[in-house]
Design a protein around this ligand. Structure first.
Ligand SMILES: NC(=O)c1ccc[n+]([C@@H]2O[C@H](COP(=O)([O-])OP(=O)(O)OC[C@H]3O[C@@H](n4cnc5c(N)ncnc54)[C@H](O)[C@@H]3O)[C@@H](O)[C@H]2O)c1
Ligand SMILES: [Zn+2]
Ligand SMILES: [Zn+2]
Length: 362
């Protein structure tokens, strides 16, 4: 639990109420440790709140459902969604976006949709981080924020579909809609970038160039389907132009969160129709610098939250593709830890030791 910004997370007991109407109690099996958790824990995120139970890359089993819950039953296997899908709001009804509006305001404040919490300690309310709070043995979440997956999917890897992996896959599949035969460049080969490489491959891209600062990560990118690998730096745009006949790529993806790299991703996109998809989250207040000439001459820029994935519909499909052997998830998990070791998960992430640490609950 996050007690105080900038301090290690505390592990201890809190009270969890039974699910109210429209809510579901999930017993978690596994949860990935992601940058967003660390960003909030550090206090760098001005919209953060404490005390709160962090964690948002969860997978588990439904234990009990509240009144009126129709789409889930005890025993169902689920992936948690920080990006819900109500299937009724104006955004859910549009195929153009996954940004469901149903519970946004309360979720951003750390409350369940009715404006209260199920987490307490004595009389004190403990908030639900990202509406998920999956650094815990159990959580209560809205029904619309749970994706029901094939029970054959091992939970320790299924949890990666709750955030980074789906974000990268979806950026290529949904946001960019990469066409077969294309040339793609992916900046950043963390979980999001590696997911984007895999998404480009699934879409039938001909050439996939991965750019990262780490040789180890570029090697992982090759494993996900990258055909070329470049060490990133100030010359990255020139290098991409050099290997694409001077034109740049049909599709570029940014998965570093660094605004200077976002600019490179725009400039490495091809004149005429190059599309740059930004998935990285920049620091508060930072802006992206684009010389307008790059846009006038036909490049476009798109942003992608959770890869444009409508979670309840599409996460099960992505999990299916993994089970069918189209996506190789195993190399993306570097460490398996217990909940007591969650702070070590943060340290491993800060040291860029491996792609993802996964907490396993017994
Ligand atoms: N849009 C969303 O919904 C969403 C979801 C999850 C994560 N994110 C964001 O996506 C970004 C990536 O997440 P991640 O988990 O993959 O992070 P990560 O830190 O594991 O990966 C980032 C990678 O970028 C590389 N990098 C850094 N500087 C570079 C440079 N100059 N050139 C090339 N590569 C460089 C690093 O070596 C690293 O491998 C973060 O900003 C994260 O906050 C966005
Ligand atoms: Zn995340
Ligand atoms: Zn909605």
């Amino acid at each position: 639990m996050l007690e105080e910004f900038g301090q290690p997370l505390a592990v201890g007991d809190v009270e969890l109420e039974e699910p109210h109407a429209g809510e579901v109690l999930v017993r978690l099996a596994a949860c990935g440790v992601c940058h967003t958790d660390l960003y909030t824990a550090s206090g760098a995120d001005p919209s953060g709140y404490a005390p709160a139970v962090l964690g948002h890359e969860g997978a588990g089993v439904v234990e009990r459902v509240g009144e009126g819950v129709g789409s889930l039953a005890p025993g169902d296997h689920v992936v948690t969604l920080f990006s819900p899908q109500c299937r009724e709001c104006v955004h859910c009804l549009s195929p153009k976006t996954n940004l469901c509006l149903a519970i946004r305001e309360q979720q951003n404040l750390g409350y369940l949709p009715d404006g209260t919490t199920r987490l307490h300690r004595g009389g004190e309310r403990i908030r639900h981080f990202m509406g998920t709070s999956t650094f815990a043995e159990c959580t209560v979440m809205p029904e619309i924020a749970l994706a029901k997956i094939d029970p054959a999917a091992p939970m320790d890897r299924a949890c990666l579909f709750a955030c980074g992996l789906s974000t990268g896959l979806g950026a290529a599949i949904n946001t960019a809609k990469v066409e077969p035969g294309s040339t793609c460049v992916v900046f950043g080969a963390g979980l999001v970038g590696l997911g984007a490489v895999a998404g480009c491959r699934l879409q039938g891209a001909d050439r996939i160039v991965a750019v990262d600062l780490s040789e180890d990560r570029l090697e992982l990118a090759r494993g996900q389907g990258a055909t070329d690998a470049l060490i990133g730096g100030p010359d990255s745009v020139a290098q991409v132009l050099a290997i694409t006949g001077g034109f740049g790529a049909d599709y570029t993806f940014e998965a570093t969160g660094n605004v200077a790299v976002m600019r490179q991703a725009v400039e490495a996109a091809r004149m005429g129709w190059g599309l740059c998809t930004v998935a990285g989250v920049a620091g508060k207040g930072q802006t992206l610098d684009i010389v307008p000439r790059f846009l006038i001459t036909g490049r476009r820029v798109a942003g992608s939250s959770f890869g444009g994935v409508k979670g309840r519909d599409q996460v099960p499909e992505l999990v299916r593709r993994w089970l069918d052997g189209d996506i190789d998830v195993d190399p993306l998990i570097s460490h398996r830890i217990t909940l007591d070791e969650v702070n070590r998960g943060f340290e491993l992430m800060e040291g860029q030791d491996g792609i993802r640490s996964v907490i396993e609950y017994s």
